[in-house]
Design a protein around this ligand. Structure first.
Ligand code: 4AD
Ligand code: MG
Length: 461
């Protein structure tokens, strides 16, 4: 009978039939009269048997890992007591070598082993992603983005596609990648927030999935120079609505993943202990967080007036208590989230620590400090995965904010116009997709959660 062309993931419906599949040799075991191989086609893994005539060819005898093959045969249910992916195996009656690979002695195939040196792994990322763990992370990443899109559709929030090439900054000039744009200065976008804000009057609530770029020169587990930024902006909401919404989109999207057998299996494979977080998330104000850190003995390195750490006589950082007004650095934040052990919103950061556009909280009697309606969502094992805030909606206040931050307002005319032509209370947030995935898939670093991660020394492959 004519063979049915199929992908591995669709094979269950073709059991006992003659099928044609194509893919890469993922595992290979050659015995005297029989060859067992595992075929990989991106949708799954298939156990394959070559025996008899089809195993007595030159290509069968010299078959190597990572070669591509096209196979035709009968799909047989594996006998009781034997295991195979999907519970079936392909007994081949005809096959063809499509592309040979150098084989197991080749340095590349050996290096596919996930334990090799990180810098070699990074050089060979294009081959490493063929591995079971790396491809599972990328598969889950795809499912995650689909789940978010479904969640936004359910909430009637539209997807837009803002530009990557921009002439304004959002999160401070220090981390901009500058480029020559036909003789003018332009930048790679840090955040699409300002563009999303301009969509509210025409499209209503919006979101985007866009690459953001940060020239941060950070070598931490959670910093990339380019990352996928999922950002949302909502009109006519208050600060409490904003945090409730962030919680909802995350929890609803995670629920979609857990309800789908394929993505639930990926989560189980990568993060067996994962449990969906319960709502509402804990909320701790910035001021309370400072107290909490001091109560738990979590200190910060003391800095001189130029921001360099002060060392003791043994060359170690001098550690001091946190004070209100201090930034909560990555190390302290991580210790905090690890102790708390579940998602937590930190909210109400001082104006000085945050971006120009953030709406201020009403000033407290007798205090000089001004706080903002801002929130960071922290997850165990990663720390900050979302940054959000309410936005300044008053024209004069925005002009004052440009001035305070030393921003030339002329390039921002289109943003300022939003406060001139019918302003509204609104707020939004940005989520680092790689950071969210690091939490969900229990990865040590966001570098494992990006297809081709970029950090200061790396823009290859
Ligand atoms: O906190 P950030 O800088 O906030 C913004 O950009 C806002 N304008 C977003 C908005 O309100 N629309 O960045 C948001 C998130 C962070 O919480 C973090 O998850 C991620 O983006 N992020 C990074 N991820 C990887 N590498 C980096 N260098 C990142 N910088 C920020
Ligand atoms: Mg932030």
């Amino acid at each position: 009978p004519k063979a049915i062309k199929a992908k591995i993931s669709q094979l269950t419906e073709h059991r006992s039939k003659r099928v044609r599949v194509a893919g890469w040799v993922h595992r290979l075991r050659q015995q005297k009269d029989i060859t067992f191989l595992t075929l990989r086609d991106g949708t799954g893994y298939l156990q394959v048997v070559l025996q008899g005539r089809v195993n007595q060819t030159y290509h069968a005898l010299t078959l190597t890992l990572e070669s591509t093959v096209e196979l035709v045969g009968t799909l047989q249910v594996v006998p009781e007591g034997k295991t195979a992916p999907g519970g079936h195996e392909l007994v081949v009656d005809y096959w063809q070598l499509v592309g040979a690979a150098p084989g197991a002695d080749d340095a590349f195939t050996n290096r596919l082993n996930e334990r090799t040196n990180p810098s070699i792994q990074a050089d060979l990322r294009h081959l490493v992603i063929r591995g079971e763990t790396a491809s599972a992370v990328l598969r889950l990443r795809s499912a995650l983005l689909t789940a978010f899109r479904q969640t936004y559709a359910k909430h009637s929030i539209l997807e837009v596609n803002p530009p990557c090439l921009v002439q304004t900054m959002v999160e401070g000039g220090a981390t901009l990648f500058k480029l020559n744009y036909y003789g003018q200065d332009a930048f790679l976008t840090q955040s699409s927030q300002l563009y999303l804000e301009t969509c509210l009057p025409s499209l209503g609530d919006v979101f985007c999935v866009q690459e953001s770029f940060r020239a941060e020169n950070s070598h931490t587990r959670r910093h990339l120079s380019e990352y996928t930024h999922l950002e949302g902006e909502l009109g006519f909401i208050n600060f409490d609505d904003l945090m409730t919404h962030i919680e909802a989109v995350i929890c609803e999207s995670v629920d979609i993943l857990l309800a789908d057998p394929t993505s639930a299996a990926l989560i189980k494979q990568l993060n067996p202990k994962f449990q969906a977080p319960s709502r509402p998330f804990l909320r701790i104000s910035y001021v309370d967080a400072i107290t909490w850190l001091n109560e738990h003995g979590i200190k910060r390195p003391e800095e001189d007036k130029d921001g360099n750490p002060i060392k003791d006589e043994n060359g170690k950082d001098v550690m001091v208590d946190h004070a209100v007004g201090d930034d909560i650095a990555e190390a302290a934040e991580r210790q905090m989230t690890d102790i708390i052990g579940k998602p937590v919103f930190l909210y109400g950061f001082p104006v000085e620590l945050k971006a120009f556009y953030m709406k201020k909280m009403p000033k407290e009697e007798g205090s000089d400090l001004v706080f903002t309606e801002s929130c960071d969502l922290l997850m165990p094992n990663v720390g900050e995965i979302v940054g959000g805030s309410m936005r300044i909606d008053d024209y004069d206040e925005l002009i004052a904010a440009y001035k305070r931050e030393g921003i030339d307002p002329s390039g921002y005319y289109w943003y300022t116009d939003q406060r001139k032509y019918g302003t509204c209370t609104h707020g939004g947030y940005g989520m680092g997709v790689e950071r969210l995935l690091a939490w969900l898939a229990d990865r040590y670093t966001v570098r494992e959660c990006s297809l081709y991660p970029r950090w200061p020394e790396r823009a290859t492959p």
